[in-house]
Structures are given as C-alpha cells and as structure tokens.
Design a protein around this ligand. Structure first.
Ligand SMILES: Nc1nc2c(ncn2[C@@H]2O[C@H](COP(=O)(O)OP(=O)(O)OP(=O)(O)O)[C@@H](O)[C@H]2O)c(=O)[nH]1
Ligand SMILES: [Mg+2]
Length: 179
C-alpha cells in the first residue's frame, strides 16, 4: 500500500475545507473555529485554524492523504509544518474574488519554495455567475501554459476527484522523468 500526501492550500474562504470534505472517505478531521475578526465576519461562520485531514482510497494499493491549510495569514505558521513530506499541492482560488488572486499567487510561490513538487490550481466556485474564466485566472497568477489551471466546484465530488487525479498524474510524470 502506497500513500501519497497532498496539501490543499489557498486564500481565506477559497473552499479548501469543502474540497476535502466532498471527497474524503473518512470523516474529515477539521479544526474550524468561529470567526472572530470583523473583517471576515459575515463571509461565513467558521474558519480553519490548524488543518483539515481527509483520506481517499484510489485503488487497492494507493491512498491519498489530504491536508488542508488555514487560509488566514495569522495561522500561516502551520504551512511549512503541513508541507513536510508532501508530493504535490493544490492551490485553490475563489474565482469570484479577484482581489484574492495576488495572495493566491504568493501562497503558490511559498509552497513551491518549500518543495519543488508538482501543483495544480483549482479555480473554484465556477458554479457562480461572476466567476472569472480560467485563462484570466492563469494571467492573474502569472502562470504559463505548462501549469494546470482546472475548473472546480468544490461541492462536486467528481470534479474534486478529477483534480486529485490530475495532480497524481503530474506527480507520476515527475517521478518518471527523474529516473
Ligand atoms: N458556490 C460555491 N460555494 C462554495 C464552493 N466551495 C466552497 N464554497 C463555499 O465557500 C465558503 C468557504 O468554504 P471553505 O471550505 O470554508 O473555505 P476554506 O478555504 O476552507 O476557508 P478558510 O479555512 O477559512 O481559509 C463556504 O461557505 C462554502 O460553502 C463552490 O465550489 N461553489
Ligand atoms: Mg478551511
């Protein structure tokens, strides 16, 4: 049995906890607390303060371990702890909140610096009508055509699975090419 560790990161309220909850086949270990700062109050009630943990069995010899990070900067001391041993990461962005794209880009660069592992960008909340298009998000994050920017609705289990399998593919390709 092989386990692959993946980290799900991104700005506040991008949908990281939802993403893991949709796909995990165990009850997600979530560390969410009531939001206390006025700036975030009203957006939603709960925020991740340490981590989310979920697990999905891909087949009889492969299990994915998913670690979700907090999105708020004041909890970013958890980021490098959670990145320990990861084989790939997912950067989630809220496609309806372009003012968060700069931060998404900075989070992406931070995780790339922790480990040179493959990543995919999940352009989340594509079910909402004011969602930005994938190509515009690619430009905003300054990614070229080689980066995977994938459409996402985090409440949709099949879409979440697809994104995980795309990342798994990139991880396998990296392993192959380093042989
Ligand atoms: N319409 C829509 N809403 C979504 C989607 N994904 C998440 N949400 C909602 O967006 C809000 C934020 O989702 P969370 O999963 O808490 O986001 P998070 O990234 O874990 O947030 P923090 O831990 O606070 O950084 C919640 O109200 C979700 O229900 C989506 O694909 N579409
Ligand atoms: Mg969360």
């Amino acid at each position: 049995m092989q386990t692959v560790k993946m980290v799900v990161t991104g700005p506040f309220s991008a949908g990281k906890t939802q993403f893991i909850q949709s796909v995990s086949d165990i009850e997600v270990v979530a560390t969410e607390r009531k939001i206390t700062t006025s700036a975030e109050r009203g957006v939603k009630d709960l925020t991740t303060v340490a981590m989310d943990f979920g697990r999905i069995t891909v087949d009889e010899d492969l299990v994915l371990h998913l670690f979700g990070t907090p999105g708020q900067k004041r909890f970013d001391f958890m980021w490098d702890i959670l990145s320990e041993g990861m084989l790939g990461f997912i950067v989630m962005v809220d496609s309806t909140h372009p003012e968060t794209f700069r931060e998404a880009r900075s989070i992406l660069e931070t995780f790339k610096a922790y480990a040179p592992s493959p990543y995919v960008v999940a352009a989340n909340k594509q079910d909402l009508k004011d969602a930005w298009e994938l190509n515009d998000i690619r430009h905003a994050l300054r990614r070229d055509g080689t980066s995977k920017i994938l459409s996402c609705v985090a409440t949709n289990r099949e879409q979440v699975k697809f994104i995980l399998l795309e990342l798994l593919d990139s991880i396998r390709n990296q392993v192959e090419s380093s042989r």
